[in-house]
Structure formats: structure tokens, C-alpha cells
Design a protein around this ligand. Sequence first.
Ligand code: BG6
Length: 512
Amino acid sequence: MATTEVRIAPEAVGAASPRSERLPDPGVVVIFGASGDLTKRKLLPALFHLEQQGLLPAEFAIVGVARRDLKGAFAADMKDGILKFGGVKGEESKVDDFIEKVEYHAMNFDDDTGYADLKALLEKIDKERGTEGNRLFYLAVAPEYFSDIINRLGEHGMAHPEKGYARVIIEKPFGHDLESAKELNDEVNKVFEEEQIFRIDHYLGKETVQNILVFRFANGIFEPIWNRNYIDHIQITAAESIGIEGRGPFYEKAGALRDVVQNHMMELLSFVAMEPPVSFEASAVRGEKVKVWRAIKPITIDNTVRGQYALGTVDGQQVQGYREEDRVDPNSATETFAALKLEIENWRWAGVPIYLRAGKRLEKRVTEITIQFRQPPMLLFDRLTGPCNEIQPNLLKMRIQPDEGISLRFGAKVPGPETNVCPVVMDFQYATAFGVNSANGYERLLLDAMLGDQTLFAHRDGVEATWSLYTPVLDAWAKAKPRDFPNYTSGTWGPKAADGLIGRDGRRWHNS
Ligand code: BG6
């Protein structure tokens, strides 16, 4: 297949936006669950990068909170994390300087003395470092601790400080069904106002996800055809080649639908399908997203497929099946793959099917949105004798990761005396066009939370809308245990039934 690359001249990229516009006020980031993987692999490297770009205030500190008594080992572990996962090369002294801002506080999350001591520590930091009473609490803990921590922050006067702001970032999973999400929202709303709550979905921090809105609304040519008149269907794939990475107990309770579909994939879908918001303000953007989710028709079970991986080969390595993973029930009914067909019942999308699939231990890692356009009303060039024997529909692929970019497939005449048509691809790649790899999504989201910008965070209404959609599916799946698990070999594209789901509509998955 021929490839035409779209090159962007370096001068067209221009300088980064002025730093001062996005510089947060002095403050402290307090991470609960700081001894976990997320802090080391994502949060500290993200904060370090922000600091290196001049995007953190000089008066800044990080307090890691966890149960274990780690003493000095915490800072050393965080340094190790930044060096290992932050793509830092030859900048060890800069990391050392940054680590000076990190403190550790050991406490049990249900221990009142621990909260009183934490409060005193934060006040001391305010005096020593000029952090002005501003606090961003990050709950990187298992969901069962969310309520307790939030309530005790409230009881100890840390939710509404006399001076400065208090905000709370809550990691997913936000509830495990509609009822639990509502309960959690009620609990959190008793202590914090909605403007103080930042429900994080790291997909929204990804450049390529934000670019969906830029692609649609900063260009004149796509929006007029972005509807049922021109689009045949939409596919969204979130394929991972990794397994559950030692997270057996978590994944057993979650499964693919709760882990990535209800949140990450719904975020992707909302950006693809939403109406243009009246502004890029949080309430306008979040309001349009919720409208999309609420317009999705209730999902019937015949429009769902679930799967679980069996042993197989991924990237040339033999891997074990899900049921053989550490701390997984040998008869587990948890799905590691889900495929669904959705329909949005509104004027823009009625009649345009949307196919989603997500899974672990699939053939390769790729997250991608494919828009398949309708074919021309009459095919002039249908008697083809050349290498391609049918005219293919136009495909627009938005590659979220890896090899971030956008490509457009169209038909071109094959050089020669006859009129033969073959598909070719126009390809935009972030790395070639801008010369940078897109940042870890947490950078942008941590910065936005420090700035108090909620545009890229989930609102209560949104979380409840997506759970309303998926809770009936989860309930139905729980009632009818799958009899064919494990039903796909690791290293493939998932169960055969997923091909059937799209195939019965005369369509097929576009595997990259
Ligand atoms: C997390 C899920 O939210 O997202 C993981 O819990 C999944 O199971 C991960 O692997 C995928 O994130 P990314 O950024 O690698 O696509």
C-alpha cells in the first residue's frame, strides 16, 4: 500500500504557549497511597517533567502518604521511579534537586492522629516553603479507602481551609456499578463541593485524545461530513498485548468492561460523537459529553461479546492463560475482553453503529478510532483488473497509541493504461511532524487540577450516565456465567464471536 506522508515544517509548529499563562499558585500535592506503583511510575515522573518545563511554582512540595513506615526509603524510591519511568537521561542532579521537595508521612487511613499530624506537617510546609495553604489531595488508593479518607479530611478541617484551596483527585474505578457510584458521589459531595472534585481518567490527559476535539473543531473540512449522511460506522479498539500484570485481586473484581470500557472507551466515544460545545469551558464540554452518553440506546446482550484469554504466544513469548495468573480463581468468569455494538439515538448518529472492543493479551498494543465513510452512490470504476479487486471505503484512523497520529485512506489510480484503483494512505504522525513523543497523560491532568481547570475531568453526571449504561450488562453477565471461557488464545484478536458481532452487519474489524 502506498503511503503519502504529510510533513509539517518545523516553523509551523511554533513555540510552546507562554509558561506564565499556565503557572499554578504555590501549593502542596498530597498523594495518598504513595507507596503504590502509580506514584512511582506515573505521578512523580509527571510532576518532575512539569517542573523541568517551568510549569510548577517555586513554592511547591509533594507529601507522600501511605501506611508503611518507609522513612528515608521513600525519597530514594521516588528518585528511582523518575529515573526509570520518566525517560530522564543524564539529569540525575536535576532529579536530586526535585526530590528535595518530597516528604513522606506514614499513617493508617482510618487513624485520626495520623490526619492531625498530616495537618500539622502541611502547616509546617506552608511556613517553610510558602505554599500558602493550597492542597491538592490525590487518592491513589484502593476504592474501599476513598470514603474514609474523604470523610476524615473533612473532619480534620482540611476540605475547606481558611486560607488557600483544597481539591481532591479521585482515581478510577469510581464505583463498580451505578448504585455504588451514586453512593460514592453522595459521600464525596457531603465533604467537597463539585468544583473541588477531580475524577481522573488518564485517557483525557493524552495528547491524541485531546486532539480529537482539535481535529474536529479546529478544521473546517471534517465537521460537515461528521454525521449519519457520510459515516457508515465507527470502530474503537483498545487492544493490549500485556496481561493483568500481577493485579489478580483487582482484575478479578473488575474485568474489561469496568476496567477500561465504562471509562476510557466512553471518553473516547464522547469526544468522537459530541456536538460542538459553545466554549472550551469545563461545564460546556462536560455537558455535551453527558448528552452523548445519555443518547446511547440501552445495550442488549446480543450486542455484547465477552472473552477470557487462554495460554498462547505474545511477542514471541509463551504466556499463561488468565486462570493460571497469580491470585486468580482457576474457574474465574471474569472477562479480559469485551466487544459491544452501540447506537446513539440522536439526529447526528441515528443508524450509525458503533463497535467497541477492548482486551488484554491481544495480538498487539493499539488504541485506535476508525471512522468508515459511506461509499460513493455509484461506483464508476467497478471493473477492476489490477492488483486491488474492489474499491475500498474511505477510512479515517485516529491512532491514540502507540505511533500516535491520524491517517486517511482513499482510492488512487494505479499508474498504467487501464483505470485501476488501489487504496493509499495519507499519514500524519506526531513524532515526525512535531518531533516529540506525547507526554504521559498525568502531566496535563495534574497541571489542570493545580490550576483548578475541570474540563478534562469527569463530572458526577457523566460517571452516573456511563454506569447507567453498563450496569444492566454487568448484571446480565453475572447471571449467565460464560460456559466457553477461556475462549481466545493469547496473541490473537479475541474470541471469534467478536468477529461475528460486526460480521453479521456485513462489516469487519480493521486490525492495524
Ligand atoms: C488502566 C487499566 O486504567 O488503563 C489498565 O486499569 C490498563 O488495566 C490501562 O492497562 C491502559 O492504559 P494505557 O494508558 O496504557 O492505555
